[in-house]
Design a protein around this ligand. Structure first.
Ligand code: FAD
Length: 384
């Protein structure tokens, strides 16, 4: 039976960078995914936003690591992943939103985020054509950015293969064999593989994989939709997040990617639990209304395509990244909600450290926020 230092279940936003960075440490790594090629789970549903602008310090610092990886990738490894450092802007039209975002600035700055409040005049300059009626200003974090999720996953995959990682696609993990509580063999529908360490990075399938180790991981998928327009001349840089709630939706966010297409997404209200990925008839009318409300000049832009994918949610909106107690050799990196792409490389670097040195890269008191053993009833991440 083939045997590995680490087997990763899931070739997605988290599994792919983790495989690459583990191979850089000379570990023998196998990645198994039931889909036919890398990044075909939720990774390809992502619209490509990469921000360190969060309220949870562990997420802030992890995404700062990710931004370093993404922004230097082309120079280091040669692959163009369409990374643009366009920043993030949260324009604000309501007093209560202004005070809650200003309150968050304190934590964000304390943890080293380059972010500030801009006034309405500056916001209009940054976002030409934004509706000025009632605009109070907003937050702006110029070091955040965006990229192509598929180009990024292919880049991680190609470099991982070059570094010696083995991938097995179209193999579904069906069970994990244990000995004295320790994970030892991964069984798929096509074979059995032995490993010193096993990482559950199975995205929306994480709970099912957890059960194979008698673990009940609190990860429940709900669905979100995205869309892309025809390309138009680039006229703004930041990814824009409108945090106002309207009937049927909460946040609405969009940006203009490197080739001029606008890519957009919204958070449905109420949430739509489950794994159905058929496009709904309500998403496009809602998203179009919100886009035109914020940017009236976009009223004639044509939408090319919409899609629906899953957020693997945890109760507090923060992922679970941990070494499992009493299950020697079993690790989890699951529950990435709407932020697995942006957290992926930063989490990968922490996992490599956790797996090879027994402790994460971030200070342990910060990283503890990702613990499997935390109180999931704590106040949830403000910028989910
Ligand atoms: C519309 C939309 C927009 C989004 N926009 C963004 C964004 O702008 N920025 C951002 O950071 N995030 C965004 N996200 C969220 C992001 O896509 C996810 O958080 C992320 O992809 C999760 O990463 P993952 O590695 O946990 O899961 P995935 O990327 O889904 O990878 C998990 C893999 O595990 C495999 N798998 C599962 N079970 C098994 C099994 N039993 N056997 C074998 N293989 C298995 C799956 O096939 C899958 O390929 C968005 C999501 C949606 C739906």
């Amino acid at each position: 039976m083939a045997s590995y230092d680490v087997i990763i279940i899931g070739a997605g936003s988290v599994g792919l960078p983790t495989s690459f960075f583990l191979a850089q440490e000379k570990l023998k790594v196998l990645v198994i995914d039931e889909l036919p090629s890398p990044g075909q789970g939720q990774n390809k549903s992502a619209i490509g936003g990469i921000r360190a602008t969060h309220s949870d310090p562990a997420k802030i610092q992890t995404c700062q690591l990710s931004l370093d990886v993404f922004s230097s990738w082309k120079d280091r490894y040669g692959d163009d992943i369409h990374f643009q450092r366009g920043g993030y802007c949260f324009p604000v039209y309501r007093e209560e939103d202004e005070s809650s975002l200003k309150q968050l600035l304190e934590t964000q700055k304390k943890f080293g985020l380059n972010i500030d409040w801009i006034d309405a005049h500056q916001a209009v300059k940054l976002l030409p054509g934004i509706s000025p009626d009632g605009l109070r200003g907003g937050t702006y974090s110029p070091e955040d950015g965006n990229l192509s999720p598929m180009m990024a996953s292919n880049a991680f995959y190609n470099q991982a293969v070059r570094s010696g990682v083995t991938f097995r696609f179209q193999e579904r993990v069906a069970g994990i064999e244990k000995e004295n509580g320790s994970a030892i063999n991964v069984k798929t529908d096509k074979g059995t593989y032995a490993a010193e360490k096993i990482l559950n990075a199975a995205g929306a399938g994480a709970r099912e994989v957890g059960r194979m180790m008698d673990l009940d991981l609190p990860v429940e998928p709900d669905s979100h939709e995205g869309g892309v327009t025809e390309p138009v001349k680039c006229f703004f840089q930041p990814l824009v997040v409108d945090i106002r709630a309207f009937p049927g939706s909460k946040n609405f966010y969009f940006y203009q990617e490197a080739e001029g297409h606008l890519v957009f997404c919204l958070t449905p209200e109420p949430i739509i639990p489950g794994t159905n990925r058929d496009s709904t008839s309500s998403f496009l009318p809602q998203a179009a209304q919100r886009l035109i409300l914020l940017f009236p000049r976009l009223r004639n832009i044509r939408v090319r395509r919409v899609w629906r994918g899953l957020y693997p949610m945890t109760p507090d909106g923060v992922p679970i990244v941990d070494r499992v107690q009493d299950r020697n050799g079993f690790y989890v990196a699951v529950g990435f909600c709407g932020q697995g792409l942006m957290l992926g490389p930063g989490i990968a670097l922490n996992l490599v450290s956790l797996i090879t040195k027994g402790k994460p890269l971030l200070p342990e008191e910060v990283f503890r926020s990702f613990s499997l053993y935390r109180d999931f009833g704590r106040p949830s991440e403000a910028l989910k």
